[in-house]
Design a protein around this ligand. Structure first.
Ligand SMILES: C[C@@H](NC(=O)c1ccc(Cl)c(S(N)(=O)=O)c1)c1ccccc1O
Ligand SMILES: [Zn+2]
Length: 255
């Protein structure tokens, strides 16, 4: 059966079809500040995104995803732990059924309501499929979402992609508006948090969460896993729980 987040096809079953899921460098992980090592050589990261690169927003029954034109160095991430410029390919989210959980990474025991992932790949590996096979192939910026009274539009296009398979134009969108004020981050080497669970990711997790309103979270939770004329199956709890750290060191750009 196709992988998902239910009891019969969820994270504990993924290794049956994707053996990497039981690897030594899996994501997400729990980050404990006492084990983090500050690395003064970690410089700031820089994103230079072209709003014109945004193409569409879609619901693939597993997450809500915005895709970008990554046929050339149009929207790139560089600096921080990275060597060279990584191309922005897509962004998506993981969220819970209530505000007290939903993020994939857990920070000092804190689970956020959602976690936004901006997926970039290293063009020196030719294409995304090739980059998946390389330890320095992919870089993901992870941003935590915290629910507060403050109103902010995370992804305005959610209304038109209620059910699985729905796709809508999503243009003139600069994802940099999603970044918090502080650029402080943790970084470690890990994997996709979804199948195929390839261990090709340099994770850059931003310390400062962004704030969204509870009605924005409710809109996210109003997405459905099912297709248009199928029984309603809410798309919630599409997060993988923390995986074994197995001796990896998490470094921070801040003291
Ligand atoms: C749910 C969706 N996963 C991604 O799009 C995805 C892609 C790259 C990364 Cl790096 C990540 S992550 N979470 O590690 O940042 C997630 C998905 C995965 C596989 C097949 C279909 C499908 O829809
Ligand atoms: Zn993700």
């Amino acid at each position: 059966s196709v992988w998902g987040y239910d009891s019969d096809n969820g994270p504990d079953h993924w290794h049956e079809n994707y053996p990497m899921a039981k690897g030594d460098k899996q994501s997400p992980i729990e980050i404990n500040s006492k084990d983090v090592q500050h690395d003064s050589s970690l410089g700031p990261w820089h994103a230079s995104y072209d709003p014109g690169a945004a193409k569409t927003i879609l619901n693939n029954g597993r997450t809500c995803r915005v895709v970008f034109d990554d046929t050339f160095d149009r929207s790139v991430l560089r600096g921080g732990p990275l060597t060279g410029a990584y191309r922005l390919r897509q962004l998506h989210l993981h969220w819970g059924s209530s505000d007290d959980h939903g993020s994939e990474h857990v920070i000092d025991g804190v689970k956020y309501a959602a976690e936004l992932h901006m997926v970039h790949w290293n063009p020196k590996h030719g294409n995304f499929a090739g980059a998946l096979k390389q330890p320095d192939g992919v870089a993901v910026v992870g941003i935590f979402l915290k629910v507060s009274g403050k109103y902010s539009r995370i992804l305005q296009g959610i209304d038109n992609i209620k059910t699985k398979g729905k796709e809508a134009p999503f243009q003139h969108f600069d994802p940099s508006i999603l970044f918090p004020k502080s650029r402080d981050y943790w970084t470690y080497h890990g994997s996709f948090t979804t199948p195929p669970c390839e261990e090709c990711i340099t994770w850059i997790l931003l310390r400062e969460p962004i704030e969204v309103s509870s009605d924005q979270m409710a809109k996210l939770r109003s997405l459905s896993k099912n297709g248009e004329n199928e029984p309603v199956n809410p798309l919630v709890d599409n997060w993988r729980p923390p995986q074994p750290v197995k001796g990896r060191v998490v470094r921070s750009s801040f003291k």
